[in-house]
Design a protein around this ligand. Sequence first.
Ligand SMILES: C[S@@+](CC[C@H](N)C(=O)[O-])C[C@H]1O[C@@H](n2cnc3c(N)ncnc32)[C@H](O)[C@@H]1O
Length: 357
Amino acid sequence: MKQLLLYCRSGFEKDCAAEIQDKAAQHEVFGYCKLSNHSAYVIFEAYDGEALVHFFRTFALSQLVFARQWVLLLEPLLELQPHDRVSTVLDTTASHDVQGCGQLRVEYPETNDGKTLSTLARKLTVPLRLALRNQGTLTAKERDDKPVLHLFLLSGSEAMLGLSYPKNNSPLENGIMRLKSPKDAPSRSTLKLEEAFLTFIPASERPQRLAPGLNAVDLGASPGGWTYQLVRRSMMVTAIDNGPMDPALMESGQVKHLQVDGFKFQPAKQNVYWLVCDMIEKPDRVAVLICDWFSNGWCQESIFNLKLPMKKRYEMVEQVLEQIHTRLHEAGVRYQLQAKHLYHDREEVTVHIQRKS
Ligand SMILES: C[S@@+](CC[C@H](N)C(=O)[O-])C[C@H]1O[C@@H](n2cnc3c(N)ncnc32)[C@H](O)[C@@H]1O
C-alpha cells in the first residue's frame, strides 16, 4: 500500500478526493480516499504501490484542479516526541533510507487549527534542517532540482512525512501563493487575477504575454479589481459591466467602460489579446461565451472563473471542461488549457486558455 497526501482548500476535500480517484483510475491506479470535512487535506491510498509511484512521477500536478500540493507518503502517521521531535524524524528518514533531498518544508493544514501550528513549524525547521543535512537526507545547500522532504504537522505530536518531486510539485510553502492586496485596488478579487497570471504564465514569458499596450476586455468588471491588474501592466482595457467602475482606475485613461451585457458585447476590431471574465453566471453559459470568443478569433488568451455554488463541484468542472474541449476542437481552434482552484478563489475555479498557432 502506498499513499498520497493532497492539500486542498478547507471544505473542498470531497472534490479533491473525487478528482484524484478519477484521474488515477484513468491511469489504471485504483484505490480509495480517506478524508474528513474541513481538514484541508485528503489521503489517497492505492492498492498497487508501484503503480501509484509511477502515476505520481508521470502525471502532472498541474492537471489536477483541486489539489494545491501532493506528497508521496513515507510515513502516514509519525508520533513526534514533544521533547525531541527531531530524533523521531531522523529515525524515520534513516529507516526509509531517504537521501539527497534538496529542501525541507515543515507544513500544516490550511485550517484555523492548522494555522496554530505555524509557529511550531517555523521553530522546528532550522534544527531539523541542520540535523537532516548532517544525516545526508538533505543536500548541504538547498537545491530545487532534488526531491522535497515534507513534514506535514497534524498537531504538536503527530505528523506525516513524505516526498514530492521537482517540476511536478508546487514550489510554494503549503502550496499557497500569498499575495498582498494593493492599497489602491478597487476590490480584493484583484488577487485572483494576479495569482492566475503568476500561476499560468511562466516568468520568462510574462514580458510578451502581459506586455504594455496589449488590448484587454474585462467582462463583469465592476468595481475594477481585475481591470486594475491589466491597467497596472499598462494595458488598454474595455471594461464591460452595468455596475460602476472605480473612479481612480478610470482616471488612468486606459479604461473604456461600457454598460452593456457581457454576453452580447462583440469587439469592433480583432485586436484584443486578453479576455478576462469574472461574471457571476452558470459555468456552462460562461464556457459557451469563451468558446465563441476563441472560435471567432476575438482573443488570444483568456482567464475566466467558473462559479461553483453547487455540491458536486468536481463533476461540474469536468463536464464544463469537456464541453469546452469539444467546442474548441469542432471549431478547429488549437489551444492549451489549465484549470486550478487558486488560493484566492472561493466557490469557483479559474481557467486559462491560450491560443496556439
Ligand atoms: C464578481 S463581480 C466582478 C468583480 C471584478 N472582477 C473585480 O475584481 O472587481 C461580478 C460582476 O459581473 C457583473 N455581471 C454579471 N452578469 C453580467 C452580464 N451579463 N454582463 C456584464 N456584467 C455582468 C456584475 O454586475 C458584477 O459586477
